[in-house]
Design a protein around this ligand. Structure first.
Ligand SMILES: Nc1nc2c(ncn2[C@@H]2O[C@H](COP(=O)(O)OP(=O)(O)OP(=O)(O)O)[C@@H](O)[C@H]2O)c(=O)[nH]1
Length: 338
């Protein structure tokens, strides 16, 4: 039974869709949600864009169940997988009371939202509580103004348009005038969503979970074909290069290479991340880049695991051979390409 409005709101398990452009802070918010004492049992579904999955290592170990979907984009190719995972979760409803779906940074949230209205079984047991969109205050305008070929949607615009709540993150990277301009641009696209400013995605969880926010009428206003249109066109010029490299890297060479690479190509390299093996460092070195900004932190110790570096670059006009040669050039003992 799909039930009346009251029954629908109380019986169904709420689902939050966490979206936002590459590097905006989705995993940071997810980790915050997984570590905070909020009394909810949350099942997480994660979808990542990139040839090699890195996020599984970046999401903290939590008691919550995390399902990975890495073989395509949640809004199109792996939507069937999403429906299957939701089906599995519905059969184990006693184990959790909230579902959180983190989309890739290049996903259009509308088709993900559609899933909860078009599939009867899902619609009868789960309700879309809200679409939460993370925004990178330092890079939003660049992403909104990024020109796309005709007919290709700009995901950054779609993500804001469909948001029920917006977390305006990374406010530490902009001044008051820039922040006001970012807010103005957000307001041009979506006037209704509450905007919460944040650093390191530090928001009150009540502002993002159980918001009772998703409004189908508004979604239909935005896109009259919301319930029927399943086709959409990704920007196929954005691709990813994944590199796996056994051996140990020299930190100074790595920093020099990444610094130069991102200074020169950081407009086109939207996102870079890696779990790297560095000579003399017993822990994994976690590297994160968003356009030209990058930093490194210590991750989990390698222990007895084989020291293999994994890195992913996402962007336009990526030169795979050059990226591979560059990373290989940072090896302590150079190994020729296979
Ligand atoms: N300066 C600054 N950096 C931040 C902030 N929030 C997150 N970051 C950093 O931005 C980088 C990207 O953050 P993530 O949480 O991985 O972003 P994401 O949206 O999950 O990235 P993708 O999954 O690749 O789309 C990381 O290096 C974070 O530490 C912030 O408020 N300020």
């Amino acid at each position: 039974m799909t039930g009346g409005v009251v029954g629908a709101a109380t019986d169904k398990v709420p689902v939050t869709v966490l979206t936002g452009f590459l590097g905006s802070g989705k995993t940071t918010l997810l980790n915050r949600i997984l570590t905070e004492q909020h009394g909810r049992r949350i099942a997480v579904i994660e979808n990542e864009f990139g040839e090699i999955g890195i996020d599984d290592a970046l999401v903290i170990d939590a008691e919550e169940e995390v399902f990975e979907m890495n073989n395509g984009c949640i809004c199109c190719t792996v939507r069937g997988d999403l429906i299957r995972i939701l089906g599995t979760l519905m059969r184990r409803k006693d184990r959790f009371d909230h579902i959180l779906i983190e989309t890739t940074g290049l996903a259009d949230p509308a088709p993900v939202a559609q899933t909860f209205f078009m599939d009867d079984e899902i619609g009868s047991q789960l309700r879309l509580d809200g679409i939460i969109t993370l925004v990178d205050a330092a890079h939003l305008i660049q992403h909104l103004d990024d020109e796309r070929p005709e007919g290709v949607e700009n995901e950054a615009v779609e993500q804001i348009a469909f948001a029920d709540r917006i977390v305006l993150n990374k406010t530490d990277l902009v001044d008051a005038d820039q922040l006001a301009e970012v807010r103005r641009r957000i307001g041009e696209i979506n006037r209704l969503a509450d905007v919460h400013e944040a650093v390191q995605a530090a928001v009150d969880l009540d502002a993002v979970l159980d918001v009772g926010g998703f409004d189908l009428t508004r979604a239909l206003d935005l896109d009259p074909a919301f319930m029927t249109d399943t086709e959409h066109q990704h920007d196929l010029t954005v691709t990813s290069v994944g590199i796996e490299l056994p051996g140990e890297l020299v930190i100074e060479q790595l920093n020099d290479w990444l610094g130069e690479l991102l200074a020169e190509k950081g407009v086109d390299i939207f996102r870079s991340k890696g779990i790297l093996a560095v000579r003399g460092m017993p822990e994994r070195y976690v590297f994160q880049g968003v356009h030209m900004l990058f930093d490194g932190t210590q991750g989990e110790p390698w222990g007895t695991a084989e020291r293999v570096s994994r890195a992913v670059f996402i962007g336009r006009d990526l030169d795979r051979a050059e990226l591979e040669a560059g990373l290989r050039g940072c090896l302590a003992v150079p190994v020729p390409a296979a």
